[in-house]
Design a protein around this ligand. Sequence first.
Ligand SMILES: CC(C)(COP(=O)(O)OP(=O)(O)OC[C@H]1O[C@@H](n2cnc3c(N)ncnc32)[C@H](O)[C@@H]1OP(=O)(O)O)[C@@H](O)C(=O)NCCC(=O)NCCS
Length: 165
Amino acid sequence: MEPRPVAASRCTLSRIMTLLDANLHGNIHGGVIMKLVDDAAGVVAARHSGGRAVTAAMDEMVFLVPVHIGDLVHAHAQVNWAGRTSMEIGVRVDAERWDEVGEPLHTSTAYLVYVGLDEDGSPRAVPPVLVDEDDALGQRRFREAEIRRTHRLARRDAILRSREG
Ligand SMILES: CC(C)(COP(=O)(O)OP(=O)(O)OC[C@H]1O[C@@H](n2cnc3c(N)ncnc32)[C@H](O)[C@@H]1OP(=O)(O)O)[C@@H](O)C(=O)NCCC(=O)NCCS
């Protein structure tokens, strides 16, 4: 399968947060941000894999600063790594304060695993990720995605083993 460059599937989704998105503290509910993150990552996974893909896992979602009602939130998503049927999508969330002028604030980062599916709903092969040799950031993201994958699978296997007694 032909490798696909990261830039071919990159996606940014943006939305203004409203009163309906707020939690009891008056800030934006984390689940609203997670939905936007999953939506943006889903677009990247579908573009990179060239078809249907589902969320298999979402981890390391950090919330650095609260998002406010009225803020314009951007979810920037790109594929970091691909295996045989799975892909890691990294998402960076920025918010533009509705009442402040300045650079967007980095509010969250998340990593999601998507799996490409065939018509029967079984995992299908996805293209490798092409990272240019002179793209140091892309190379770093690729390496770190491999570390996260190793840890995810090791944790899953360890839990399954412990359940077997
Ligand atoms: C995702 C799903 C298709 C994986 O099915 P599966 O039977 O575990 O498939 P496999 O064991 O062949 O794994 C497929 C790939 O996913 C990876 N994977 C599966 N679980 C994983 C996890 N917890 N973390 C990281 N990778 C995982 C495997 O390593 C494999 O990757 P590779 O082919 O690149 O090496 C299946 O669990 C599913 O349908 N889940 C529900 C998905 C869904 O409905 N999402 C919507 C959100 S609710």
